[in-house]
Design a protein around this ligand. Structure first.
Ligand SMILES: *Cc1c(COP(=O)(O)O)cnc(C)c1O
Length: 345
């Protein structure tokens, strides 16, 4: 070690601080704190501010594990919650109670790609004195900076596009200095610290974020436009397609449409299974935001244990396929998907 005054532990903490400072700069916030995973970031962003007797309002369209925190753990701690429609703002206002403290949204959402209007969400929070907490995992700060719309807390699963190469787990909470101080205190007392090695990997990953995100978006955009005309596809969802119900809002708050595309395969459950079986190049996992393109059929994999009705409530139809467009040549991605779609018929 060239500087004998600095211990290994101190050097390791520097890795986290470097990542946190970079993420705060990218998100245009005062400060950020890094955590062991996306879920620990989200959990810490709740528990640093909520106590027994409080109430939280959340968009219904959130990551499965976030939903599980609300439905299976909040009741144990006497924290109330109401799930609302991500788009229908009347449902937000109806959910307000005297003890409401926080509004949590995910935009674009997983897997429905619903867009929450961040300007409307901020004005709702201002009127009612709530903290606005935004899961910015799908967009990354390269495509969307919720703080510029007034978000108080911004959470990330760094496991996805921030790493972008399917190597490590990590999470980030960014926001105003006073708020992040509270999250840091809770996080350091309860232990979900990011490992120094993962912090170093994630800090290096940010050096390529812009280049990777542009390629993810190029590929997703081209794929979405090709899928629209495919005879085995009955609908395509992509925030920057003109037929997206929140196209104008997406254009206003995002630089580009992101790396994920979903489509509805004609037929449903069985055709979805056959589609996955015929895929040759894409990865078949529930992950997203990797260098390699990934195909996911929630109805036969991640959500297979739910009934069709229960799946429908979370916005997952039997024929829904989610594609995380990777960094491969677009012709290779299209040819694998096209061949698997034809084999599904
Ligand atoms: C994956 C994901 C998470 C959870 O992140 P982990 O790093 O897997 O804990 C949270 N929110 C969204 C939108 C995600 O896609």
């Amino acid at each position: 070690m060239s500087n004998p005054g600095i211990s290994i532990a101190a050097l390791q903490i520097r890795n986290s601080i470097e990542l946190e400072n970079k993420m705060a700069a990218l998100e245009n916030t005062d400060d950020a704190v890094s955590t062991a995973s996306g879920m620990s970031a989200i959990f810490n962003s709740f528990m640093a501010f909520l106590k027994a007797g409080d109430h939280l309002i959340s968009s219904r369209a959130v990551f499965g594990a976030t939903h599980t925190i609300f439905t299976q753990f909040f009741p144990n701690w006497n924290i109330d919650f109401t799930l609302v429609d991500p788009v229908d703002q009347d449902t937000w206002q109806k959910a307000i109670r005297p003890n409401t403290k926080m509004f949590f949204v995910e935009t674009p959402s997983n897997p429905g790609l619903d867009i929450v209007d961040l300007t409307a969400a901020k004005s709702f929070c201002e009127t009612n004195g709530l903290l606005l907490n935004v899961d910015n995992c799908f967009a990354t700060p390269y495509l969307q900076q919720p703080a510029n719309f007034g978000a108080d807390l911004i959470t990330h699963s760094a496991t996805k596009f921030i790493d972008g190469q399917g190597r490590v787990l990590g999470g980030i909470v960014a926001g105003k200095r006073e708020l992040i101080a509270q999250v840091k205190k809770f996080c350091r007392s309860t232990g979900p610290a990011l490992s120094p090695f993962n912090a170093w990997i994630l800090s290096k990953s940010l050096e390529t974020l812009a280049v990777r995100m542009d390629r993810h978006c190029d590929n997703a955009e081209k794929l979405a436009n090709i899928l629209i005309d495919h005879p085995q596809v009955s609908g395509v969802t992509y925030p920057f397609l003109k037929n997206h119900p929140s196209y104008d809002i997406a254009k206003r708050q995002m630089k580009r449409g992101g790396g994920l595309v979903t489509f509805e395969i004609k037929g449903g459950l069985e055709q979805g299974r056959r589609f996955l079986d015929a895929i040759q190049m894409l990865s078949l996992t529930a992950n997203l935001g990797d260098t390699r393109s990934i195909a996911t059929h929630p109805a036969s994999t991640t959500h297979a244990r739910l009934t069709t009705e229960a799946r429908a409530e979370t916005g997952i139809t039997d024929g829904l396929i989610r594609i995380s467009a990777g960094l491969e040549h677009i012709d290779d991605i299209v040819s694998d998907i096209d061949h698997a779609l034809n084999a599904s018929a």
